[in-house]
Ligand binder design. Structure first.
Ligand code: COA
Ligand code: MG
Length: 296
């Protein structure tokens, strides 16, 4: 599954929920946590119960955090879906330690057993406080259900008492910790935080290019206008694909280190070229599936 663009849709906004099957983000995350006021959470769950059976795109639900009564009710909601809903998994906000993940994994396992589900729900921990960053590696390896780590920068800034800067300096250390923890746990590249100034497309692109350079595979999004730019930034460019193809085509004639167009080529450069081509192929496959009306 591609993870360039993951759009949040507030669970209490029926008008937005009705758009889910037409959104072009790689993944949709329906939010029952911060986007929904406490008094509206039950209303939102009822809406999801009604609309969830019609979803035909990869969907995660962001439930409320561990230890809240809303968490228990959100788990009950997922239990009520049974076989009727095609849900990829659950995003866990404020993920802070291994136990948070193990507890959730146990609940999900029970639900799957109860309904004899043949697929297993995945877990996407959202790292958004200092303790989550400290234990990111343990969180990332806490369960086989871990999909990828995601970073929640807005809560993180509040948690550590930092100031938001245009250059996002205050996020750099945590971002790199999350990339490294993901690599150690071998779970694939993580997903970066939302960019709240959604009308500033230049700023969004700049931030996205920067986090791609740090090692993120995509971004959490809040508005449909961010989908296309995210898909563009987090896909290999035409030039990258052409260069990778040229390089691989040379391999038959070369051995060891050589130069191509004035640049050194050795093992890691070759590995990167294969990665670019694999990413490109995955995107072409997804586009083909979507054109055929299937997005699994
Ligand atoms: N998902 C689906 N549709 C969305 C959407 C979203 N996240 N955000 C906006 N839209 C739709 C709107 O419904 C509107 O549709 P319409 O043209 O049919 O009326 C269209 O896109 C344009 O929206 P716009 O008027 O520019 O914005 P808005 O004022 O309706 O919404 C926000 C702005 C920020 C409130 C909204 O984007 C939002 O709720 N985002 C998600 C917030 C969230 O989940 N936060 C938690 C995680 S940080
Ligand atoms: Mg939050």
């Amino acid at each position: 599954m591609l993870t360039r663009s993951l759009l949040f849709v507030p669970a209490d906004k029926e008008k937005m929920l009705l758009k889910i099957n037409h959104l072009e983000s790689d993944i949709v995350i329906i939010d029952l946590e911060d986007a929904v006021a406490p008094d509206d959470k039950q209303y939102a769950r009822n809406l999801l119960k009604r609309h969830a059976p019609s979803w035909n795109r990869p969907v995660f639900i962001r439930i409320n955090s561990t230890g809240t009564t809303d968490y228990d009710q959100d788990i009950n909601l997922i239990n009520s879906f049974g076989n009727d809903v095609d849900l990829e998994g659950v995003m866990l906000p404020k993920a802070s330690c291994q136990d948070d993940i193990i507890k959730l994994a146990n609940y999900l396992e029970k639900i799957e057993q109860r309904h004899h589900l043949t697929t297993s729900y995945q877990i996407m921990p959202l790292i958004e406080n200092a303790i989550g960053v400290k234990y990111a590696d343990e969180i990332a390896s806490a369960s086989e259900r871990i999909f990828k780590l995601a970073f929640g920068g807005v809560d993180f800034i509040n948690d550590i008492g930092a100031q938001e800067t245009k250059q996002e300096h205050e996020l750099l250390h945590a971002r790199s910790e999350i990339v490294i923890a993901s690599r150690i746990a071998n779970i694939g590249q993580p997903i970066d935080t939302v960019y709240t100034d959604f009308q500033n497309s230049e700023g969004f692109m700049e931030s996205s290019r920067f986090v791609k350079s740090l090692g993120f595979s995509g971004k959490l999004l809040i508005h449909p206008a961010q989908i296309e730019p995210a898909n563009k930034v987090f896909s290999p460019s035409r030039e990258e694909v052409d260069d990778a193809e040229k390089l691989i085509s040379q391999l038959r004639h070369q051995s060891g280190t050589f130069q191509l167009g004035g640049k050194m080529v050795d093992k890691p450069v070759i590995e990167k070229a294969y990665r670019v081509l694999n990413d490109h192929k995955a995107i072409l496959n997804q586009n083909k599936e979507e054109n055929n009306g299937s997005t699994t």
